[in-house]
Design a protein around this ligand. Sequence first.
Ligand code: FAD
Length: 320
Amino acid sequence: MTKVIDWLNQNKKLLFSLEITPPDRGKSMDDILSGIDPLMHFEPQFINVTYHQPHMVYEEKDNVITRRPRRKKPGTVGICSAIKNRFQVEPVPHLICGSFNRYETEDTLIDLHFLGIKNLLALRGDPPPGQARYIPEKNGHQYASQLVEQIAQLNRGKYLDELEDPFPTNFCIGVAAYPEKHFESPNLQKDLFYLKNKVDMGAEYIITQMFFDFEIYKHFVEKARDMGIHVPIIPGLKPLVSKKQLFDIPSTFHVNIPVELVNLIEESRTPEQAFTQGVRYMARLAEQLITYGVPGLHVFTMGYGRSTLALLEMVFGKKP
Ligand code: FAD
């Protein structure tokens, strides 16, 4: 089954997907792929690959300062193709608004369609490092809902220019959501209002930002349903396994870490103990979510294949 939404509609089994990040420019993709090799035992149905905006690099030569965009992590589309070949698993490239104008987005969609890609996660994108606010390209999209609309239009055969007998694409569109609200949003209600907009534009399912408290997910799903959002909401999970991550995760992802988890990590006497406590905590959360009846689990690996493997072994049992 190649589309996420078909899988969700037709399978009674829990969907399980992984998210990986391309390597830094100049690094081999083999490390990333061999990092997820051991996770393949757990038979993920989909592997998402993140996309990263370029940041501006300033260079001075002969007293002239020039500015040029530089992408730290290129290769999303290439890795998607490698995943298909190496693991025979459907890749889900992330497509962002940032750094694309509408015409470049259309060209990218055509490339992805020709490559046989059937699923996309449509996002606005994070501002590049060193830039506080998101700034769209000229003639680009300000919000992910506009990107969703453009993809949905292409699925209907509507290109930006009028074409004779245009061929429609056939993408299944997912979007992101934030159980603790997006950090720029004044409140959860307003954020949900715009989330509904993405669904109305054509998003077929939602993947959430990571969270560390079951009640936060449950409350979010209830509020989303009240708002009239009825598509599947797949929880995003990330084991927090070190003292460093106690600071890095909240500051990067704007999420709350419950007292219980903070205590477990802070009171750990060794990094190995913190690792085990963090994975155990996340496994308990995953089990609560499964009991609640979530449509799937989406695990952010972020290059930390080891904590993902430990989590999966705890939740689904050790594989030979
Ligand atoms: P949007 O849905 O556009 O929302 C952004 C903000 O604008 C929100 O506060 C929303 O409430 C508000 N808003 C929306 N519409 C309107 C409107 N019409 N008027 C006023 N306000 C509005 N980032 C990357 O760069 N690359 C990735 O690969 C990537 N993958 C991700 C995967 C997941 C599962 C998640 C949860 C996030 C991911 N991100 C990624 C991060 C994401 O790009 C950022 O969180 C970004 O800041 C918001 O993206 P969005 O698609 O949710 O934006």
